[in-house]
Design a protein around this ligand. Structure first.
Ligand code: HEM
Length: 181
């Protein structure tokens, strides 16, 4: 994944737990990188190793860390670094979610090596929809749930997310129900 992702994990961990914790996480993960370059692609394994190391050191599940990272990505990284892109995608949660399927296509224009997730929205009502999440990566569902929660905070609209369907041999992707007021 692009360095911006690892950089954002670093930022979240330093913000809540300080520099020393971050150095311990990197050491445990066997990551020797001093500074992540935002627009350089790094192996996915590195990102997973950082999450696993943070999970062990903080004694929190990887799912909890990924969830917190999803929230942080929206409330800090995306809004601070890509405010224009975020604002252009919608002025309310329902508008933003309905534009989500096209969102990373715009990100890909800036970052051509992006291997983005794919989203689809179905069963759309005024206060809910089913969000279909397709990814070539495993285990990032808690990140998606955290992202939805972060969007709820950004739009000051409490959001409820429930996983309806899991990716497995019979189903090509995950499906979440997203409900807001
Ligand atoms: C301006 C804001 C955003 C930027 C710059 C951005 C960029 C990225 C980047 C660089 C990756 C790693 C993939 C790679 O490097 O190949 C990624 C992954 C991902 N993004 Fe975004 N993104 C943004 C907003 C969002 C939003 C709003 C959502 C959903 C609400 C989202 C959902 C995801 C997910 C789920 C992944 C994990 C990859 C996977 O599932 O395979 N992103 N994004």
């Amino acid at each position: 994944m692009y360095g911006m992702v690892n950089k954002a994990i670093e930022e979240m961990l330093v913000m809540h737990h300080g520099e020393d914790l971050w150095e311990k996480v990197k050491a445990k993960a066997g990551v020797a990188v001093e500074v992540f370059i935002s627009n350089e692609a790094y192996p996915d394994e590195l990102t997973y190793a950082l999450v696993a190391a943070a999970s062990e050191i903080l004694n929190e599940s990887p799912e909890k860390i990924l969830h917190a990272f999803g929230e942080h990505w929206i409330t800090h990284t995306a809004q601070a670094g890509y405010g224009g892109l975020m604002r252009a995608a919608g002025r309310s949660i329902d508008e933003f979610l309905s534009n989500l399927p096209n969102f990373h296509a715009r990100v890909s224009m800036i970052y051509p090596k992006l291997k983005p997730p794919h989203f689809e929205c179905t069963d759309i009502t005024p206060n809910s929809l089913s969000l279909h999440y397709y990814s070539e990566r495993a285990g990032l569902q808690p990140f998606v749930i955290g992202l939805m929660s972060g969007l709820g905070q950004m739009f000051k609209t409490p959001v409820k997310v429930k996983q309806l369907q899991f990716k497995n041999q019979d189903c090509s992707h995950d499906v979440f129900s997203v409900t807001w007021n």
